[in-house]
Design a protein around this ligand. Structure first.
Ligand code: DAH
Length: 337
């Protein structure tokens, strides 16, 4: 068969293939078969050397013409098929797409995760306890005397059965020490409740992260170093810490911890009330009375504890001026995180 007849034959083969109503994917295969790098037409082009010299030009034109026909045939049919699908399904691919809004982590959840991650790297495990707590765990075991003002109706939500909504995460320390023997190195994140007048700085519920480290020879120096490391990681390497003497029934000595104001960097501004410092939580060495209530040997073991308000820390970090924003679930607020 001459190469010229071959061109005609390929043309009618191609026409037949198109006429057999191929699917879109088959059509692509047909395109490859004829026009692909290893396709039939490239084969033909290669055979041009076998054509007698006087007809080489004629042959080349013929093959080129066939190539164009095949290209056009495939294009026309495929665009017809796409349009057909659009028409029958009512789909207009030229319309702008629907933008689905993606959710994001609540800023409190995000802050807790960031805080947990840092303490995890410092070797702290995570423990949790119930939000409905006995008065013994919430107060007595933590060395609150019976007449302590924190037990007052004004601060504590009491349940009819005498339980309370925990007012802090410190009772989880008690549960943890009752369940395990030293060494203990854990943080305890969770919700706490206070029956307080609500304003920009106070809400009836908020979150705390408690920390507890108990072993032989645990020192106040380690407590300071741990909180310093945490604050530098969380707020930035240039942050400074200040420990102020304070009082909590469950620690002795007790301190309140301040960091340099994120806004004025310690110079004094509206946010830090011109002091240059912002309080982030309380801490101290575990009071021997607390060890006694969980039957730990207070001669053998020492420990430190700390507690931080998560909302407060998030407010400091992101410059949020009203705690209520965290609980209103206004998407205009939440979207920013
Ligand atoms: N539980 C205290 C509160 O809610 C915070 C606190 C202070 C926790 C000192 C501690 C600590 O573990 O050592 O105000």
């Amino acid at each position: 068969m001459s190469l010229f007849t071959k061109v005609d034959e390929l043309r009618s083969e191609f026409k037949q293939a198109l006429a057999s109503s191929p699917a879109l994917s088959d059509l692509e295969q047909i395109r490859q078969q004829y026009l692909g790098r290893k396709g039939v037409l490239n084969d033909l082009f290669k055979q041009i050397k076998d054509v007698e010299p006087s007809r080489k030009g004629e042959f080349g034109n013929l093959v080129n013409q066939l190539k164009q026909e095949i290209q056009d045939g495939v294009d026309t049919l495929s665009s017809k098929m796409v349009k057909g699908t659009e028409a029958s399904s009512g789909l207009d691919v030229s319309l702008p797409g629907v933008h689905y809004q993606r959710g994001s982590l609540h800023p409190i959840e995000q802050t807790m995760r960031d805080m947990k991650r840092i303490f995890h790297r410092l070797g702290f495990a995570v423990a949790e306890g119930p939000e409905i707590e006995t008065q013994w765990h919430n107060f007595d075991a933590l060395n609150f005397p019976p007449e302590h003002p924190a037990r007052d109706m004004q601060d504590t939500f009491f349940l009819n059965n005498g339980s309370v909504l925990r007012t802090h995460t410190s009772p989880v320390q008690i549960r943890l020490m009752l369940a395990e023997q030293p060494p203990i190195r854990s943080i305890m994140p969770g919700r706490v409740y206070r029956n307080e007048a609500i304003d920009a700085g106070h809400y009836c519920l908020f979150h705390q992260i408690e920390g507890l480290y108990v072993d032989e020879n645990v020192t106040l120096g380690e407590l300071k170093a741990t909180l310093e490391l945490f604050c530098r990681e969380y707020f930035g390497a240039d942050v400074k810490l200040r420990f102020r003497p304070s009082f909590f029934p469950f620690t002795e000595p007790s301190n309140e911890v301040d960091v340099t104001c994120f806004l004025c960097r310690g110079k004094g501004c509206r946010v830090c009330k011109q002091t240059g410092w912002l309080e982030i939580g309380g801490c101290g060495m575990v009071d021997p009375n607390v060890f006694r209530s969980v039957n730990y040997d207070s001669e053998k073991y020492t420990g430190y504890a700390f507690g931080m308000g998560v909302e407060r820390i998030a407010m400091l970090k992101y410059g949020i001026n009203d705690i209520r924003l965290f609980f209103e679930n206004d998407v205009r607020f939440l979207k920013q995180f």
